[in-house]
Design a protein around this ligand. Structure first.
Ligand code: THU
Length: 129
């Protein structure tokens, strides 16, 4: 199963009654293990979480802090592009070379690097005096 297939499968569990936009994400940790996440919306709208955030949280909860690859999928004319907050969360556990696969349930996908999605990243090295 490809990482995008893993994301497609977990998207079935998305809780998106407010936006109707169901998203699935899968990450591969440094160990090779795969962790899945879906978006989980809430009646208090800002409390919802993105699929990528959920997948990264599952990886960290399992004891891994090296993010090797990520895939995300949703329905739309074009592959879904991760939001700014999720890009920053990826940057916490990966470098600019991270492969980010973006897909649509309609069949197309594309891959970019985190460096392309989030240039001039703010990291802990920039917050030390
Ligand atoms: N969403 C994600 O889960 N990942 C993305 O990359 C884009 C947006 C979710 C958040 C919200 O539940 C819904 O999609 C609409 O924005």
């Amino acid at each position: 199963m490809t990482l995008l297939d893993e994301a497609r499968a977990v998207r079935e569990n998305a809780h998106a009654p407010y936006s109707g936009f169901r998203v699935g994400a899968a990450v591969r940790g440094g160990s090779g293990r795969v962790y899945r996440g879906c978006n989980v919306e809430n009646a208090a709208y800002p409390e919802g979480v993105c699929a990528e955030t959920a997948a990264i949280a599952a990886m960290v909860a399992a004891g891994e802090t090296e993010l090797a690859e990520i895939a995300v999928i949703a329905d739309g004319a074009a592959p879904v592009s991760p939001c700014g907050g999720c890009r920053q969360r990826m940057a916490e556990f990966a470098g600019p070379e991270l492969r980010v696969v973006m897909g649509t349930t309609r069949g197309s996908s594309t891959a970019v690097t985190l460096g392309e999605l989030l240039p001039m990243t703010f990291g802990s090295h920039r917050s030390r005096a």
